[in-house]
Write a protein that binds this ligand. Structure first.
Ligand code: PLP
Length: 424
């Protein structure tokens, strides 16, 4: 094995260091496998209940009326997430689009949106109008308020209570920390928050941005009272096979409104050809629980590899996980670049390119990104990125297989060692 790794660029010293770390992770890996087993059965049960069959994989074109593959897939998602309804299709272009549809379909002029978990993910700032943008919710007369988290990353219960007013209509909760330094919330914590806001104002609707959280736990936010649970198919639930798409699982009422907003009033879920993508969307969902397990193992391995070398890692090497993202604070631009070169060098695609920091739209610093993915931008595939600024943290996520994630992490460390930035 050591010589196989050596042929791919991992030195015996780095390989041995990795094996030492791994020896201490057996129990955690077993717990991840148990969650994956539960979720695998959940997905299979939903497919069986809805009588998935070869006819579901046929391509449709044009309007896509009576598209059995699409309609059945939506029922399968609704059953996996234990919701009344679901909207899952390639016409939802990405996670931001799914979230924008869910928000704009369920907020009307004069309504207010509340985030009780501080600032939302970067791309939502323009959707909401926190940063000015054409067609933002703000432009349509929807106001926004947020209650920041407490200094230790907890919910500010009194601040949240005070932020809820007669205009508050919808509450948005982001499960994953995304690229922020706050903690990711467990489904249990999200459930407590949902119960709280609904006790302050009955009838409030709650949307959870579930990006990067799917199948990390045996329960989803939809099991904890969310009216809409939303995410991207080129992250966890697409299992690496979905080439595009997003999902919204929720109540009949909320999802119907989303469908009218996505297509057109009166048309709703009745139109939307599947364009031949059904095999990938079904098979990707089928594989998603084990793919997520591999990504989680990679994240935990990375945390422990870098923590023992003295780097700050978020989450730390031993705490529970609620999403697949791992932040590693490397402390210098050189170390970030070396880390990303290692991830890139481990890729099955584009392994020969050297990623460089560049001024990406929407960021106030240069950003470096490493990814060699089969699906462009897919972050359930092994990838790492981060803005070149204090605290020089890279965000690492994905890996369609644990074995690939392991190679990526070992190569990232190898590049740091070669540059004299770490010592094993
Ligand atoms: C990725 C992500 C989004 C946006 O998804 P895209 O598919 O990149 O548009 C929104 N929220 C969170 C927390 C995310 O991680």
């Amino acid at each position: 094995m050591q010589s196989m790794y050596q042929s791919l660029g991992v030195s015996p010293a780095v390989y041995q260091y990795g094996e030492e770390i791994l020896a201490g992770l057996k129990d955690r890996f077993a717990a991840i496998d148990a969650v994956a087993e539960h979720n695998q059965l959940k997905v299979i049960a939903a497919m069986q209940k809805n009588r998935v069959n070869a006819g579901c994989f046929a391509a449709t074109t044009g309007y896509g009326y009576d598209d059995a593959g699409r309609d059945t897939l939506e029922k399968v998602y609704a059953d996996v997430f234990h919701t009344e309804a679901a909207l899952v299709r390639p016409q939802i272009t990405c996670g931001t689009h799914a979230l924008a549809v869910a928000l704009s379909a369920n907020l009307l002029p004069g309504d207010e949106l509340l985030s009780p978990v501080g600032r939302p993910y970067d791309t939502l700032e323009e959707v909401i109008g926190i940063r000015e943008s054409k067609c933002s919710l703000r432009e349509y007369g929807v106001s926004y308020r947020q209650a920041d988290l407490t200094a230790d990353g907890g919910f500010d219960w009194e601040g949240i209570r005070a932020a809820i007013n007669e205009k508050t209509k919808l509450v948005t909760i982001q499960r994953s920390k995304g690229y922020a330094t706050r903690p990711t919330f467990s489904v249990k914590q999200i459930g407590e928050l949902i119960a709280f806001v609904k006790s302050v104002k009955p009838g409030l609707k709650v949307m959870v941005d579930n990006c990067y959280g799917e199948f990390v736990d045996t329960a989803e936010p939809s099991d904890a009272g969310a009216d809409m649970t939303v995410g991207s198919l080129i992250k966890n639930p697409g299992g690496g096979l979905a080439p595009v798409g997003g999902y919204i699982c929720g109540t009949e009422e909320c999802v119907a409104r989303c469908a009218y907003r996505l297509s057109a009033p009166g048309l709703g879920q009745e139109v939307g050809a599947n364009l031949g993508l059904m095999p990938a969307l079904y098979q990707g969902l089928f594989l998603a629980p084990t793919v997520v397990a591999g990504a989680l193992k990679g994240a935990i391995f990375a945390a422990n590899v870098y923590e023992r070398l003295g780097f700050k890692v978020v989450p730390n090497g031993s705490e529970p996980r609620h999403d697949i993202i791992q932040a590693v604070e490397l402390g210098s631009p050189e170390a970030m670049i070396a880390f990303c070169h290692g991830i890139q060098a481990a890729a099955p695609v584009d392994s020969y390119v050297l990623p460089e920091p560049w001024p990406m739209p929407g960021y106030d610093a240069n950003v470096i990104m490493a990814a060699g993915a089969f699906v462009q931008g897919s972050s359930i595939e092994l990838s790492a990125d981060g803005p070149i600024r204090e605290p020089y943290a890279v965000y690492f996520q994905g890996g369609l297989t644990w074995q690939h994630a392991k190679l990526g992490i070992l190569l990232s460390l190898e590049k740091l060692v070669q540059a004299g930035l770490a010592k094993v």
